[in-house]
Each structure stands twice: as structure tokens, then as C-alpha cells.
Design a protein around this ligand. Sequence first.
Ligand code: AMP
Length: 438
Amino acid sequence: MSIINVKGTHDIIGKESELFHYVESLMRLISKQYAFSEVRPPVLEHSELFVRGVGESSDVVRKEMYTFLDKGERSLTLRPEFTAGIMRLIVQNKLYATNDLPLKYFYLGPVFRYERPQLGRYRQFNQFGVECVGGNSYFYDVETISLAYDILKSLKLNNVVIKINTLGDEESRNNYRLALKEFFKEHIIDMCEDCKQRYELNPLRILDCKVPEDQEIVKNAPKMSDYLTNESKERFQRVLSALEQLEIPYIVDDGLVRGLDYYSETVFEFHYTSQNGNNYGAIGAGGHYSHLVKEVGGPDIPGIGFSFGVERIVSVLKDDNILNEEKIDDRVDFYVMPIGEENLNYAYEIARKIRHLDFSVDICLEKAKVPAMFKRAEKKNVRFAIIIGENEVKERKIIIKNLASQQQIELSEDKIFSDIYDIYDQCFSCDGDCENCR
Ligand code: AMP
């Protein structure tokens, strides 16, 4: 039996890979415009980092981690998210002491969660995100949301809905937690097993329950907004009014609590429904954290970050026909066809020379007859064939054939550097009508 991929993973091949590159390079570019720089933490971390960082009551830690003992009996985990690893990287390298605060980092790479695979939900998927750590102003929340919004805008994702909420400071959350415990006391017996655990560990997480019967109960639960301290209320108002001034639209959703335990104050999600009405849920999400750096052994400095699901964003781009495989131009520019093995050295020299001029060039390295090589060139959808026979080697020249117009010209080797750009530009759009082709 042949071996197939692991459930919940997926192969990214050819043109689809170009879609990922497009999305990822825009994300990098705009993050750099906001003066964020890249960090690359390892995929493997000590399990304890996530238990402490992400939190024991989160679904991610309770049910979804790929955790195993290595040969030295250490419990290791394939990262289920980036934030905790980046906090570890900051603390371990004492970046908070040697750099100006805030530290502004972006990241990209695979994360692993043992979830039930379904549409848009994988066990290995890619996240791109940022962390801004050590800044005290509420405006870093605005800056982070603004960055995420600019990325989505530059990807032409115009149907994004930003949902935003505040979880308040510690005092607000303690008060709210007590109110929730009181409210759910009489209901918890009828609620799902997960909620029973959440009731003990972190009752806020009950608000995120997806079981319909539980959601009915949740509807009547106390609202966070009634338990916020004045400081938290004011902070949130400032964030909202800055977003308004920047014309970044949002919807306040007071049921938004986020799945990871470290959040406090501002939390947000980016939701997307395609023009066909397909609801992708959250294509990205994030929030502020007050004590996460301390939790992993560093000073008590706050941070804020967000994370995009790259697969979901690629799916949305395809669904809304903003970008798809058909729109990706990955045609090879030149296909070099040596007629006979004895001409291979010169042909390869030519291929290399043209590659160095920034064109994509493929070459037939197999023994093949001329018609067969043309068939290959056609199949590869190349723009120009370069034919090299005995005569061309002797006279150090090449024959370039435009496969669309079927016109061909000769070019001496020493003219390649000066003429090939013109030939390429004119002949590609000329339909055989340009000076070179006639
Ligand atoms: P989170 O780290 O849970 O806040 O997730 C951030 C983003 O990652 C989400 O908004 C999704 O776009 C994406 N995401 C989360 N889980 C998955 C998954 N299992 N498969 C694909 N994308 C995911």
C-alpha cells in the first residue's frame, strides 16, 4: 500500500504555492512598513511553555497539542501557536533589556493542532502574525489592528468585519468571573463536559461554547461591559475612537472572549464572508496580554499581537476570485533545445547566461528529436524556444523562436546581453508583427 499524507495536513503544489508566496510576501512587506522585523522561533518547544503561556483552560492545551516524549524523556510539543514561543525567545535572549521597547516582531510558519479536520480547519496550517511587546500606550492596540487591517486591504479583502471587545484588566475580569460563576451555578449541571471543566478553570471560556443548547443559556449570562473598571472602560473607548478616526470599521461584540487564556483588555477577530455567501469565520485574530512575558519568566511588561490563518486567507482570495491559480503567471520564458548531445555544453552555457539576466529558463537535457522538444516546450507553455544545433555552436549564435507567432530570429551570443530584453518585450505581445519577428 502506498503511503499517504497525515490526516489534517495538506500538500501545497506549484501554482498554489505561488498564491501562498503572494499572500506571505505582502504580509511581510506591510509589517516592515510598520517597522516590525522577523523572528523565527523553533517549531519544537518544551510542553510546559504552552501549558504556562497559553493556559490550562484553553482548548489548545487541553485537547489539541502534539505532545510527545523525546529520546531523553523530555516532554516536547510542536507549537500550536507562536505567541508563547516568541515570549520565550524574548525572555531567553533578554531582548527587553538590550533593545528599545516596544519590541516589534512578525513571524510566519506552520503550527500544529490536533483538531477535527474539516473545511478550512487543518492539523498543520500556517500562521502569519505580529507581536508588539513592552509598550505601555493603548495606541499599540490601534497600531496592531491598523497593521492587520492594512494587510487585509492590500490583499483586496474588502468584506472583512472586525469584531472587537475588551476583557478588561485583572480587577474587571475577577469581578466578571465571580458574576459568571454565580450565574452558571444553577445551569452548569445541564451543560457540556467542556463547559463543566471551563467552569472550574476559567468560566469566561464558557461564553465561547459552540453547543447550541449551551449557547441558549449563555445568551442570558452577565455582560463583561457591566463589570469593567473605569480604567478599562476608558482605555477601550480610546482604542475605539482612534479606530474611528482612522476609518477602520469595527463591530463591538461583547461575547468575544478568544480561545487562549493570556488575553486581557482589547481582543479582536477578523471575520470574512465571501461574495458567494461562504462564511469563513475568523481569518485572523488577536489581542492584548498584560502578564504573558512574566508568565514565561521575564519582566511584567504587556504586549499585543494578532495571527492570520494563511490557508484561510488563500481560500478567501480564491473564492472571491481576487486571485486564483489561473491568474498566476508562472510561464517559463525560454526553453533551450540542444540538437544532439555534442551541443549540450554550449546550450547549457546559453541557458545559464540568460538565467543570469533574470529570465526563467528551462533546458532539455534528455536526448530528444526536435519535434519532441517542441512538443515539450508547448506542454510547458514556454514563451520562446532557443534552438542550438551544430551551426549555432560553430558560429556562437542562437535561434530564438516565438512559440505564439512561430516567428524566429537569429542572435549572436555577444548580442544576448544587449538585445534579449527588447526581443522579449516586443515579441511577447506582437503576434508575429514586430521588427524581430517579421
Ligand atoms: P488562533 O491562534 O486560534 O487565534 O487562530 C488564528 C487564526 O488561525 C484563526 O483566525 C484562523 O484563521 C487560523 N486557524 C486557527 N485554527 C486553524 C486550523 N485548525 N486550520 C486552519 N486555520 C486555523
